[in-house]
Design a protein around this ligand. Structure first.
Ligand code: ZN
Length: 450
């Protein structure tokens, strides 16, 4: 009896000890996690870690490890440093959940003295349904669809840049948005669409910081696997892929930008597009918003061939004679219509009659493109005279004004181009011209030639 009591007592003590150990372990575990989230303002350094647990081990564990490793490294780094400056560690962990997925991005800023911060980024995407780490291509139909992401991302980045007044460099954007895993490492889906985090220097300058662009569902739905498409999206944007060309080969050539106003006009514009294509040339169309709805295919074709589409306002009224609201309407309505057809908002504006003032220039938020050679086509009405007029003034960097609604004008322009081709000229869009002449097309600036 006594023995049994003793045994029970022992068992009891053993159980209690186990229980206590369990709680200590739990406490330590909890404390450890809590320790990860902290703000220390020491004499020598500031240390801030912002982190939220998810309770999914495969999401939490790598993040915890990342935090510990970087914190340790930081404290080691400053251990033997003088107290002459305040050192700094900031780790921000951003975790989003959508559907079955966790999207994790952590950034780690360290200031260890000197002129610059060090920045380091880390992240991953986790599928809770399959318990696997995945990358962005997982959501896309196929390679072709993933490649089209470039176009959608570029359009949305350009819109963002315009709003924020950021000047983009075409070549940097091309590299920074090129469809590969490195460029699209940090992203998430939510009710607004697909958001992509672009790190400093990825597409803009260091001072522009990180850029978050959100590609709306209507832009990306068709690119995604059907199970990831947003079923609530009613209209889906068609994604047109313009032909690209390497303009490096034009670097040392004489170049002219032909620009065509007042169209599109089905018969004459399409004829022009085909002739331009045969010459491997590119031109710019300044279209009227009011003429687009019944010429959508013509504009699409011009755009796909690599030509540039600019705005010539909605109804060709003299802007300086309109009220502010009317001017804004003329510009905004046209931009909206052009975007709805080709997927890109125009960046270039040519005011009707070239008539514009400083106020309109500034709130158009576009680059204003005038001209340096007037073909006088509307007055001459004869292809040979128009050709002669253009050839008289042709020179490297010039911008030629023609109207593609008249048959004689289109023929005159083509005849001039064929003659100039023999003289070694190449024909480029306004954007290509600016790039070749190492100029950045800025908004609120008037250009006549390059
Ligand atoms: Zn016009």
């Amino acid at each position: 009896m006594n023995r049994l009591k003793k045994l029970n007592k022992r068992k009891f003590i053993f159980a209690i000890t186990l229980l206590i150990l369990f709680f200590i372990a739990l406490f330590l575990l909890f404390k450890k996690d809590n320790d990860l989230n902290e703000a220390i303002h020491d004499e020598k350094y500031d240390l801030i870690i912002n982190y939220n647990k998810t309770d999914v081990k495969k999401v939490d564990n790598p993040v915890k490890k990342y935090i510990r490793v970087n914190k340790r490294a930081f404290l080691n780094n400053i251990k033997n440093k003088e107290k002459d400056t305040k050192y700094n560690l900031l780790i921000n962990v951003n975790t989003k959940k959508y559907d079955d997925f966790y999207f994790v991005h952590a950034s780690n800023y360290q200031y260890l003295g000197g002129a610059h911060y060090n920045r380091d980024d880390y992240g991953f995407t986790y599928n809770t349904k399959t318990n696997k780490y995945i990358d962005i291509t997982h959501f896309f139909k196929d390679k072709d669809s993933f490649e089209k992401l470039f176009i959608v991302a570029k359009n949305n980045l350009e819109k963002y840049a315009k709003k924020e007044g950021i000047v983009l460099d075409n070549e940097i954007v091309k590299d920074g948005l090129h469809p590969n895993l490195e460029n699209y490492k940090y992203f998430y889906f939510d009710d607004n669409g697909l958001s992509i985090l672009l790190l400093p220097l990825q597409v803009a300058s260091w001072s522009d910081g990180e850029i978050l662009i959100t590609l709306p569902w209507e832009d990306i739905n068709t690119l995604l696997k059907s199970e990831y498409q947003n079923k609530n999206v009613t209209k889906e944007k068609e994604i047109l892929v313009p032909k690209t060309r390497d303009i490096e080969k034009l670097q040392n050539k004489k170049v002219i930008a032909f620009t065509f106003d007042d169209g599109p006009n089905k018969k004459t514009t399409e004829y022009l597009i085909n002739e331009v294509e045969k010459m491997d040339a590119r031109v710019t169309f300044f279209v009227l918003g009011s003429r687009i709805s019944y010429n959508e295919d013509t504009i699409k074709k011009a755009f796909i061939n690599g030509n540039e589409i600019g705005s010539h306002t909605y109804s060709h009224r003299n802007l300086v004679k309109l009220t502010d609201d009317e001017v804004k309407d003329e510009i905004n309505k046209t931009n909206h219509i052009i975007e709805s057809v080709i997927g890109v908002e125009p960046k270039l504006l040519r005011a009707p009659y070239g008539s514009i003032n400083d106020k309109i220039v500034s709130y158009s938020n576009m680059s204003i493109i005038n001209w340096s050679i007037d073909s006088n086509d509307w007055r001459l009405k004869n292809r040979d005279l128009i050709k002669k007029e253009i050839l008289n003034y042709a020179a490297d960097g010039k911008v030629v004004l023609v109207h593609d609604i008249y048959e004689e004008s289109v023929h005159g322009a083509i005849l001039a181009m064929k003659e100039l081709e023999k003289q070694g000229y190449e024909f480029v869009t306004i954007s290509e011209m600016a790039q070749l002449k190492e100029q950045t097309l800025e908004t609120g600036v008037i250009y006549r030639e390059f």
